[in-house]
Design a protein around this ligand. Sequence first.
Ligand SMILES: Cc1cc2nc3c(=O)[nH]c(=O)nc-3n(C[C@H](O)[C@H](O)[C@H](O)COP(=O)(O)OP(=O)(O)OC[C@H]3O[C@@H](n4cnc5c(N)ncnc54)[C@H](O)[C@@H]3O)c2cc1C
Length: 247
Amino acid sequence: QLPATLVERLTERGVTVRSGTIVRELHRAQTGWRVVSGPVPAPEVHEADRVVLALPAVPTARLLRDVAPEASAALGTVETASMAVLTFAFDAGALPELTGSGFLVPPRDGRFIKAATFSAVKWDWVRAAGEGAGPGGADLVLLRASVGRHREASTLQHPDAVLLDRAHADLALALDAVLPRPVARHVQRWGGGLPQYAVGHLDLVATVRESVATCPGLAVAGATYEGVGIPACIATGRQAARELLGH
Ligand SMILES: Cc1cc2nc3c(=O)[nH]c(=O)nc-3n(C[C@H](O)[C@H](O)[C@H](O)COP(=O)(O)OP(=O)(O)OC[C@H]3O[C@@H](n4cnc5c(N)ncnc54)[C@H](O)[C@@H]3O)c2cc1C
């Protein structure tokens, strides 16, 4: 919902939003910046007064290689964790009562899943979406589990059906219940979706910010810097805007 709302609000303010295209190059121009996007055989060149790189660490490092080499080198060392979110829709009548909004599973428990979110309990709009949405107008309860820890990519190297079956079994164990077959299930994989903050991350971020600060009209934002949660990402976006507007 957030990206769609952002696009809507920006468009209302006269901003042109281009999605579904990869930025491949970033160069200093006579004044400002030159950004090259699109496929190699049909590149598009955009001249910009100011640029915010709100990308994961690796593509940011690639784009900064020539313009801010210290930042690029530092960002190239940021590791990420891949994960998958497994969503289940159950017939509400066949499910035990869910209390709380979910749970986290510590690695030492040796389970396949690392967390579960009782989506229909946590978010009213998810609960509402499930009302009457099942076969014959039955109510559905949506919940999800996540799998994949840092440096455990092998956990994800299974077909979708295997991930779902193993998560279903872990959920049943955790809920101490015989779980029904889900009415529907879905896998969303997030390759490299979560940047990992290693020891020394604050120094790394300081190096990146100092290096980028030597490039007038350029700023960085996103989950790589001061927190992976959405509020922290938004804060870095605001900071980038303030830097570029000189506030
Ligand atoms: C499964 C999962 C669940 C999460 N749940 C929560 C939660 O419940 N609450 C919470 O606060 N946070 C949550 N997070 C964390 C949070 O969602 C992310 O940290 C945050 O969305 C990252 O935002 P971002 O803008 O930095 O990066 P992204 O959202 O990854 O955006 C970066 C964008 O850059 C694009 N891109 C990459 N390379 C290029 C290129 N060369 N040219 C153009 N575009 C490019 C990508 O396609 C992507 O769209 C979750 C994360 C994951 C993976």
